[in-house]
Design a protein around this ligand. Structure first.
Ligand SMILES: NC(=O)c1ccc[n+]([C@@H]2O[C@H](COP(=O)([O-])OP(=O)(O)OC[C@H]3O[C@@H](n4cnc5c(N)ncnc54)[C@H](OP(=O)(O)O)[C@@H]3O)[C@@H](O)[C@H]2O)c1
Length: 230
């Protein structure tokens, strides 16, 4: 995807030594340290918007907020809003207005979904967020990125997953920077998702990265990669 039509995209994940991002049951990613959680907020704070897929918002009971006042102050000093826009992607639209993300104060929320979203959910969510509904079974991620850039002025987008969404970013060649936390544990399980999900197919082409930073803190390894464009 042409870089001019989209924000700069940064993704952040934690993975086990065997490359898993969650258990087979897709239970929450609670396998990293408080230091990693802090790092997640620091990376989140870079974005004009935070993008997450519906399963991750639900599984990790996310508020998608940036609660840290010092990070908020740094954003304001850079000319950004105090917190990044909260953006959720869901084809089926089974989003519960009682979720933390809809009940917590913070940045405005934007939902990209389809006409499959139940009418009652639409009515309940309409006062809480900007709803973009498409007459389709799925949403081209390219359109989401363009809309974020053009309608919301998003220049830097942070994606915190999950893997289904991440894989689409990679397939679109729309990923610029990848942050990984390597956690000192093994999950095993062929059915447990890796960074690119549970899709058994290889990517169409190998995606290369350059390692830009590697830091070891206690038992964890913090890595930052830059995507190399073809
Ligand atoms: N270790 C980590 O750093 C990390 C990070 C994030 C997530 N996780 C884990 O990953 C697991 C979730 O994995 P996942 O791959 O299922 O999560 P996901 O990518 O967050 O969610 C997938 C869902 O997002 C929606 N979606 C994604 N792309 C879409 C598109 N183009 N158009 C419309 N809707 C789209 C769909 O929602 P609908 O089904 O509503 O249509 C889809 O089922 C959880 O266990 C979570 O804890 C781990």
């Amino acid at each position: 995807m042409n870089r001019r039509n989209r924000p700069r995209v940064i993704a952040n994940f934690a993975l086990t030594v065997d490359g898993k991002v969650s258990t087979r049951a897709h239970t929450p990613s609670t396998f990293t340290s408080p230091r990693d959680k802090r790092r997640l907020l620091e990376i989140r704070a870079r974005g004009d918007a935070l993008l997450v897929g519906r399963t991750t918002v639900a599984a990790d009971t996310m508020s998608m907020r940036l609660p840290d006042r010092a990070l908020q102050a740094r954003r304001r000093a850079r000319g950004q809003s105090a917190q990044p826009l909260r953006v959720i992607l869901s084809a089926r639209g089974n989003l519960d207005p009682a979720w933390k993300v809809f009940q917590s104060r913070g940045a405005p929320r934007v939902i990209f979904s389809t006409f499959h979203m139940p009418g009652a959910t639409r009515a309940a969510l309409a006062p809480l967020c900007d709803l973009h509904l498409l007459d389709a079974d799925t949403i081209p991620l390219e359109d989401v990125l363009t809309a974020l850039r053009e309608l919301y002025g998003v220049r830097t987008l942070v994606c915190e997953g999950g893997p289904t969404l991440f894989r689409q970013l990679v397939e679109l060649d729309a990923l610029d920077e990848l942050h990984l936390t390597l956690a000192p544990c093994l999950f095993g399980g062929a059915a447990a998702p890796t960074l690119t999900g549970t899709n058994p197919a290889f990517l169409a082409t190998i995606r290369p990265f350059r390692l830009e930073s590697l830091r070891v803190v206690a038992d964890e390894c913090f890595l930052r990669y830059r995507a190399l464009r073809r």
